[in-house]
Design a protein. Structure first.
Length: 231
């Protein structure tokens, strides 16, 4: 998910704000050592914080349909806020301000990342990927703290926050029933078809009748003669 957001931001910045043949877009930590080795105008998009957006968390399962048939059930996605510190690096402050101005005006046009710059997991759910630019920082940190932690000098920068969905688990469902079920009962004498039971006989009676000793042919003739003489 993180590489997909990086790719989307880089594509959007190069398409809307800078000329990629003149300005390089990177994702390095802007430390003093990095700044001393940098060559040429650069826009650094540094990912410094990842937090879940608890306001967007939801519960339950969502169904995936094919026509009227449910193919699977999914846990709803969870959303994570990815905060980027965006700064321009050139030889002159005036050029840095010009780059920051172009970045600000270009990114303010979008409330969400355009679909054409999305790849991978960002297009899996077909959901918007919100983006905010230069909002006040949370109360538990300031941008000066970020620069101090990096060991660098404070520079003018933009705070870009992308809220990206992350998929949950999926649960496949059984195929649809296309024929009535067949019930077979198992007893000490074997299997009894359900159709026989539906006709009114109990399983025990069917088993007794199926396995009772059968009379011989002589016995059957004697019973028939006995019946004739009685009449």
């Amino acid at each position: 998910m993180i590489p997909d957001v990086d790719h989307a931001l880089k594509t959007l910045i190069e398409r809307e704000a800078v000329d990629p043949s003149e300005v390089e877009v990177v994702f390095d930590a802007p430390t003093k050592d990095w700044a001393s080795r940098r060559q040429g105008p650069t826009v650094d998009v540094y990912l410094y914080d990842i937090r879940e957006d608890l306001r967007r968390r939801s519960r339950g399962l969502t169904n995936e349909y094919e026509g009227n048939r449910v193919l699977a059930r999914h846990l709803p996605p969870r959303y994570f806020k990815m905060s980027y510190l965006v700064a321009a690096w050139t030889q002159r402050p005036e050029d840095e301000h010009r780059l920051l101005s172009s970045l600000l005006l270009s990114l303010l046009r979008f409330e969400a990342l355009p679909r054409e710059v999305l790849t991978g997991s960002l297009i899996e759910f077909g959901l918007p990927v919100p983006i905010t630019v230069a909002l006040p920082p949370p109360e538990d940190r300031s941008f000066a703290d970020v620069w101090t932690a990096l060991g660098g000098e404070l520079k003018p920068s933009l705070d870009i926050v992308v809220t990206a969905p992350v998929g949950g688990r999926s649960f496949p469902v059984a195929p649809p029933v296309v024929s009535p079920p067949t019930l077979i009962t198992e007893g000490m004498y074997g299997s009894v078809p359900a159709e026989t039971l539906r006709n009114g006989a109990t399983a025990a009676a069917v088993e007794r009748n199926q396995h009772a000793p059968q009379p011989s042919a002589d016995g059957r003739r004697r019973r028939r003669r006995s019946g004739k003489s009685a009449t």
